[in-house]
Design a protein around this ligand. Sequence first.
Ligand code: TRP
Length: 333
Amino acid sequence: MTKPIILTGDRTTGPLHIGHYAGSLRNRLRFQDSHEQFLLLADTQALTDHAHDPAKVRRSVIEVALDYLAVGIDPAKSTICLQSHLPALAELSMLYLNFVTVARLERNPTIKDEIQARGFGRNVPAGFLCYPAAQAADITAFKATRVPVGADQAPLIEQTNEIVRRINAAAGAAILPKAEAIIPKSGRLPGIDGKAKMSKSGGNAIALSASPAAISAAVRAMFTDPGHLRVEDPGEVEGNVVFTYLDAFDEDQEAVASLKAQYRRGGLGDALLKRRLEDILQALIAPIRQRREDFAKHPDYVLDVIRAGTEMARARTEATKREVVEGLGLFTL
Ligand code: TRP
């Protein structure tokens, strides 16, 4: 039996944080035994909103690779590869752009939100507007049928499947498979300030490489219920970041449910809750940080992992590109 194929990835714009962990890394760890899994270091996509800082995009390739290895992605089971070094992805992107309209790209909810968040307005880089077609190229070039991502990425998978339908229709054959997004039930982890998106640039993230002191400081600064002034006061659980994180990371969900009930009634202080969360996060991150430091001492090993993975991915993606070109009946020499 061949294993189902997974392709997923991360823009290389900085080290990953616990939002990535809860949102998709955890799923990818689970899937590496049961699936053939490819992890894409998306440096080309990173440029779509970081053209002003290519040095950061370059540096972050290693940062993200270190994060993958540190959380337990095993290169013997999962293939880590570099987007910019897989020419078939760029070629398929160009092809797919002819199978999607500007209006459809502009309507994509992910793109719409991201354009707004970055304040691009009409000055959106064309590469950014078009990255859903590139992401469709990433996914289909590997013939992936499952894509573990955060909830914000769902519209991109939907648009991928539209492109798949069009290419298959144009080719008159089912060359490309449809893909399914695998999204964690818990939804997107908010930043420590309660804002919807955790991001390093927003200063509201906890990195997977965070020091013990940084973890403490982040938990101390975490948004709770501003109306919950005294321990005996009833407090709000919804929108309370400490509870949202306990939902995501506390293995004892029964205890969390009873803490919520007690908080709502009154009689449970923020300090106690935060101590519980801090212990959980320190225990989660400590081994990741340790492994990350160990791998960082062996940069040649990390480079070898990326090189070998990229080579393996190159064969795979070139084969799909050939099939698409031939399927569409384009000229070939
Ligand atoms: N868009 C993803 C992110 O912002 C990165 C990415 C690039 C990706 N190509 C992909 C994710 C293909 C899943 C599948 O992090």
